[in-house]
Design a protein around this ligand. Structure first.
Ligand SMILES: *Cc1c(COP(=O)(O)O)cnc(C)c1O
Length: 390
């Protein structure tokens, strides 16, 4: 086995350092244009609500097919805004998958409502519609909480089963707010994330597929009427003159510098998305013999914010990969219903698919600047590591 590892180290020196996410390569590609955009903000001095904000909102609408968009302070703010607009209060139940980033649960809790954890589909890693129906029925039967909405998450960039979720939401009279924080650039049936649910929150955290240079996010809508109330909530619930608060709100704004960065990054986003797909296609092709890559619902096109697969001996394989110079990450080791802050909401009997996937999931390097030689090296190393730990 030593021989295998040494061989790998030797070839690693040929492929260079492999980054899990490479923001430097991207920056050096557009550095000049970024500086010009940032300089424009320095020159006009409208650091909040500068012209870049509306320009970005228009770009987001144009490229997603959504009817409207508002730029927000973060993906978390982008989730909280449409949830607050639903008038959530104590005693309301919001159904969320237990396999997500903690922001999904926190956004519900901020409104005073109670998160109800739902299991995932073990192949797509997204919320399981059948389990959702079961839990809605349970909550109604228990009579303690009032079911109000569902927040599906497009995990790792892969759109959830929106056709089925929309049918359930309509039948059960629940709102649907999509947590698309990881899925900007994803598509289902030819429609982009942002136009798959009535409201979609997305995140521009630096490490997401479209990342700012700080915190930023956006809410996209299929109904123009939402925009006015969302914009008000984003600015302390103020009236259109931004003087008096007419409803509860907070500071949920994006600053002009972040919008400037995002506008420049959007110029190369399509190319980057294609590059992500090329990487994912090689991973899928070469690694599905050894592990179970994420399955995309109904041939959805993932935004490939992340590339994750399930495998036995996950921790041992990850340790070998890391030693040989292939960085990995685990999203998520601990499902939400098992985190101390949220475990009081854990369902009796746990969530078997979520817990199984959490024990087997592994994320590989995913970014548009991986070279074919690097992708090849990662696949070879993965194959060796799986064989070595068996
Ligand atoms: C990143 C993320 C968020 C929160 O986005 P921030 O911009 O970090 O606030 C919410 N939900 C999911 C699933 C995420 O991955």
């Amino acid at each position: 086995m030593n021989g295998v590892a040494n061989l790998s180290l030797a070839s690693n020196s040929q492929v260079g350092e492999i980054a899990f996410i490479d923001l430097k390569a991207q920056q050096s590609r557009i550095r000049g244009r970024l500086e010009a955009r940032l300089k424009a903000v320095l020159d006009h001095g409208r650091y909040i609500a500068g012209p870049e904000i509306e320009e970005l909102e228009e770009c987001l609408v144009a490229r997603t097919g959504a009817k409207g968009a508002i730029a927000c302070a973060s993906g978390t703010a982008a989730l909280i805004i449409p949830l607050l607009a639903q008038g959530l209060k104590a005693g309301d139940a919001v159904f969320i998958p237990a396999f997500s980033y903690n922001a999904t649960a926190n956004a519900v809790l901020v409104t005073g409502a109670t998160p109800v954890f739902v299991d995932i589909d073990p192949a797509t890693f997204n919320i399981c519609p059948e389990d959702l129906e079961r839990r809605i029925a349970q909550v109604r039967a228990a009579g303690k909480l009032n079911p109000r909405g569902v927040v599906p998450v497009d995990l790792f960039g892969s759109p959830a089963d929106y056709p089925t979720l929309s049918t359930i939401a309509e039948r059960e009279d629940l709102f649907l707010v999509a947590d698309g924080a990881q899925s900007f650039g994803g598509q289902l049936d030819g429609r982009w994330v942002g136009d798959l649910a009535p409201a979609t929150a997305t995140s521009f955290f630096p490490g997401k597929a479209l990342g700012a240079y700080g915190d930023a996010g956006a809410v996209l809508t299929q109904n123009l009427e939402d925009l006015e109330i969302w914009a008000s909530i984003r600015w302390h619930g103020t009236d259109s003159g931004r003087k008096e608060s007419i409803r509860f709100g907070f500071n949920g704004r994006m600053d002009s510098f972040q919008a400037a960065v995002l506008l420049e990054k959007l110029e190369i986003f399509d190319e980057e998305l294609e590059a992500r797909h090329r990487v994912a296609a090689v991973y899928n092709d070469r690694l599905s013999k050894f592990a179970k890559p994420q399955v995309h619902f109904d041939e959805a096109r993932s935004g490939y914010g992340y590339y994750s697969l399930c495998l036995k001996n996950r921790d041992a394989v990850a340790a070998r990969l890391n030693t040989i110079g292939v960085p990995t990450a685990i999203y998520y080791n601990t499902p939400l219903h098992m985190m101390p802050a949220f475990s009081i909401f854990a369902p009796d009997g746990g969530l078997p698919a979520t817990e199984r996937v959490a024990a087997e999931i592994l994320a590989l390097p995913m970014h548009p600047y991986l070279t074919p030689a690097q992708v090849d090296f990662i696949c070879c190393t993965f194959e060796e590591a799986v064989a070595a730990v068996e």
